[in-house]
Design a protein around this ligand. Structure first.
Ligand code: KG4
Length: 337
């Protein structure tokens, strides 16, 4: 079964054709990064307009590269939540138009479920149940993926997402947008013990995260240095900050593994799962605890529509459908309750 999938939740307009949830026949991503770079972050209004400009052509290319016509696919899947509301609405409305004009079923897909499903493409043998750490620009979650469409949240951030904290810290250090990517590169030459940061924990909720204190700490270090006319050693500060963020992610993941002793599979998902320090430390954790680690290939860590086609397939099998009244939502728990 072939699914035409669309994604427009943030700053990438993407379309893909995916067969049986695992085989990518085409995947086209039009990124807006260059446009948002000059503002140091995503400008929602610009993002919406650029999605509207790109979505027809991106969809046309995805069908062409898969050697398909719309009549060759079996369903249209689209990201409907969570994300920037104006950006999501472009994809949702375009998908509704395609569904109405072709008679194809419309399948709404949760963005974070898609990030998890990117792993089904990279690892054809991966099946639930497993523990997943979802680390994206807007969300940080520890999820027990009980089945393809059955999720239990074990831990979540109480304030900033890990990606958001990395982006804000990088921006304060003068690194370009998207900060997490540049911080990863800058930190490679740095000493991760040069600065000490607090070890955040949420009282009474050992699997929850908090990154806002770390972010304030790094901003204070930079302001203090600026006031004294000193230059901030970006590589050392970046490496130390990244170490603190990754330590917190790894530590809670280890605790979550202990709460799910029968689950021997650990999966990473979301944009921050491209981070080299996080990937290396999770490899070590997997080795120490004897679990199998599944990492999405780098090209599928960021936003793309192939992952929407993968999750869309399982949502379709579970009977999920939307009508012409489908709306977009800026926030939505992964359990969709
Ligand atoms: O999952 P994603 O593409 O978008 C959302 O769905 O939110 O994640 C984007 C986030 C940004 O915060 C970006 O800085 C971060 O992922 N990111 C990274 C790396 N690549 C992307 N953070 C750290 N190291 C990276 N290599």
């Amino acid at each position: 079964m072939k699914i035409l999938a669309l994604e427009s939740s943030c700053d990438e307009t993407a379309a893909a054709v995916v067969e049986n949830g695992r085989t990518v026949l085409s995947s086209v991503v039009a990124t807006q990064i260059e446009r948002h770079k000059i503002f140091g972050g995503v400008v929602p209004e610009i993002a919406s307009r650029m999605h509207a400009e790109a979505i027809s052509e991106v969809t046309r290319q995805a069908l062409e590269q898969a050697s398909c016509k719309l009549s060759d696919v079996d369903a249209v899947a689209v990201t409907y939540a969570p994300g920037l509301i104006g950006a999501l609405l472009v994809g949702v409305n375009y998908a509704k138009g395609l569904s109405l004009s072709s008679g194809l079923p419309l399948v709404p897909v949760h963005h974070l479920r898609s990030h998890i499903a990117a792993n089904y493409i990279t690892h054809p043998d991966l099946e639930p149940p497993f523990l997943c750490l979802v680390v994206s620009g807007g969300n940080t979650l520890l999820v027990h993926v009980r089945d393809y469409t059955d999720f239990q949240v074990l831990g979540r951030t109480r304030d900033d997402a890990a990606g958001e904290a990395l982006d804000k810290a990088a921006r304060a250090m003068g690194l370009p947008y998207p900060g997490g990517v540049h911080l990863d590169k800058a930190a490679k030459d740095g000493n991760d013990k040069a600065f000490s940061f607090p070890h955040p924990h949420v009282e009474g909720s050992p699997l929850d995260f908090s990154f806002s204190g770390l972010k304030t700490s790094v901003v204070n270090i930079i302001h203090n240095a600026n006031q004294k006319g000193e230059t901030v050693p970006v590589a050392d500060l970046g490496a130390s900050f990244l170490r603190a963020v990754v330590d917190s992610l790894v530590s809670n993941t280890q605790k979550a593994l202990q709460t799910l002793p029968v689950t021997k599979k650990l999966v990473l998902a979301g944009g921050v799962s491209a981070n080299s320090v996080l990937r290396a430390d999770m490899q070590q954790l997997a080795k120490r605890t004897g679990v199998d680690l599944y990492l999405p290939e780098l090209s599928l860590c960021g936003d793309n529509a192939a992952m929407v086609g993968a999750q869309g397939y399982y949502e379709y099998l579970a009977g999920k459908r939307a009508g012409m009244d489908l709306n977009a939502f800026a926030t939505m728990p992964i359990t969709e309750e």
